[in-house]
Design a protein around this ligand. Sequence first.
Ligand SMILES: [Ca+2]
Ligand SMILES: [Ca+2]
Ligand SMILES: [Ca+2]
Length: 345
Amino acid sequence: MRLLLLCLTACAADAPPTPRPALAPSPPTEGSVPPAPIDLGEADGVVAADLDGDGQDEVIRILGSEALWLDQRADLGGRFQRGARGDIDGDGKEEALVATGMGRGDKDSPARLWAIAAGGATLLWEQRGPRNQVSDLTVVDGRVFLVAFTDERGVAAGFLDAGRWAAGPPVHMGMRQRPLGPGAVAVGRLYGEVPRSDGDLRILSSAGLRTLPSLRGVRALAVADLDGDGDQDLIVGDGWHAEYGAHGDARLRLFAGPDWEDGRTIAFLDGSYAISDIEVVGSGPSATLLVTGTHSLQLLARDALGWQSRKLADLGETANAVRVSTRSGPAVAISGQPARLLPLR
Ligand SMILES: [Ca+2]
Ligand SMILES: [Ca+2]
Ligand SMILES: [Ca+2]
């Protein structure tokens, strides 16, 4: 399988940029064959990180309450909720961050945050309350930014340093929160205070609260400097609706820093009712966006006409996906039965 993958990936780089005319088909070549996905085994969630620092990512599978990676396994004591990656102890090797807690078939597990390294899993934080759920997680400059419910509807966010969570005041249904630079946090609310009312997009800073325009509730957020001007830009998946299956829209929007006034829609995901995650791959003008919709996984890249979206795979509604650097080139890992590693051409 590895030999086949190497060949397909190598040949794909020479493939023509446009499809061949249908009336003059060429004999199939290896370069025209989409790379076959690789079966990773079952996983409810996947996280990737370069645990041993060799430049290739390891994939951590979470199945039930168990994490499996390299030749290791560990019982995390709860269901998979969120993942992230980064070197949080400054030793030059990444850790995989895995948040676990309550989930299907498990109402009792506390919310926990684990750091997974090549040699084992370390518990960084634990909290027990009425709703044991980590709703967002990211690593910024080697520091973990943790977002978790503190009661049934309130969600707090802050950096976790030496096991201490410096969380701000809880925000009603502010399930996605990302730091936007010194003293500012972007908050995506799934719902408003009135039951089933629309959520919104907010910037919380020392200057106060600002609401940015959004299409109803926000389900996904990412922060990156996409134009390379030194200011953090905000990438938002909005369009959430209380009757999401019938009326939700999977809309992707960009807001340019430093003031996030300039908003523009860059994609609607056909067939998905929401965007559940956005991962920025690379940085600056060559950065791409790996966008997980409820029904498809898309890769967005820039060309002369703007942002171009390419569907990578159909997804189940609970699947998560992460980018993976492999010896054969870039790939994505997708959770499921089985989880798949999909090479990117
Ligand atoms: Ca590695
Ligand atoms: Ca490390
Ligand atoms: Ca920027």
